[in-house]
Design a protein around this ligand. Structure first.
Ligand SMILES: *[C@@H]1O[C@H](CO)[C@@H](O)[C@H](O)[C@H]1NC(C)=O
Length: 161
């Protein structure tokens, strides 16, 4: 029973490590947080972290706990915020500022020394909705669209018959 429990744990852990791809959604011109947290164990004194985008462009390199802004791809210059105070806790999360639609895609956070890799699937679309000061304008819009949708699909349904 004890072994069985351990086996289950290994299987679940294995699946979660393999398929662990975080999905993040951001708005155009807004900031978006790309998480990367290493919790598998203590970190060695010296290690590098490599953030790469879908085209293997350098988003950010962290060399021995110091971010290296010289290697960064032009596309990401001045737009990536990293948190050195968090490195010791294994938190290599970055914030991508002024997000563009073209930023969408899969990002990879890689720590070769400890064989750690995380993927973040980013989608940047639309503009951030501005909070409406009016009395519950949003609710009305939602109700309208949900009642209009079945009506729109009705002709299709008739055609189907
Ligand atoms: C990692 O660092 C970021 C930036 O400081 C913070 O927002 C986030 O909450 C941290 N995550 C964890 C799990 O500590």
């Amino acid at each position: 029973m004890r072994h069985f429990g351990r086996l289950i744990w290994i299987v679940i852990y294995g699946i979660s490590t393999v398929s662990c791809q975080v999905k993040v959604e951001g708005f155009i011109s807004d900031s978006v947080l790309l998480p990367c947290i290493y919790r598998e164990g203590p970190l060695p004194d010296q290690f590098n972290v490599h953030w790469r985008d879908k085209d293997d462009k350098i988003v950010l390199d962290i060399n021995n706990r110091v971010q290296d802004l010289t290697t960064q791809d032009q596309v990401f210059k001045g737009r990536v915020r990293s948190f050195p105070d968090e490195y010791k806790a294994g938190n290599f999360t970055v914030v991508l500022e002024q997000a563009r639609q073209s930023d969408s895609g899969t990002y990879e956070c890689h720590v070769p020394k400890v064989d750690f890799q995380r993927r973040v699937q980013l989608t940047v679309a639309g503009v951030k909705p501005t909070p409406s000061p009016g009395p519950r304008v949003g609710d009305g819009a939602v109700t309208l669209s949900s009642s209009v949708l079945p009506l729109l699909s009705a002709p299709v349904f008739l055609f189907w018959l």
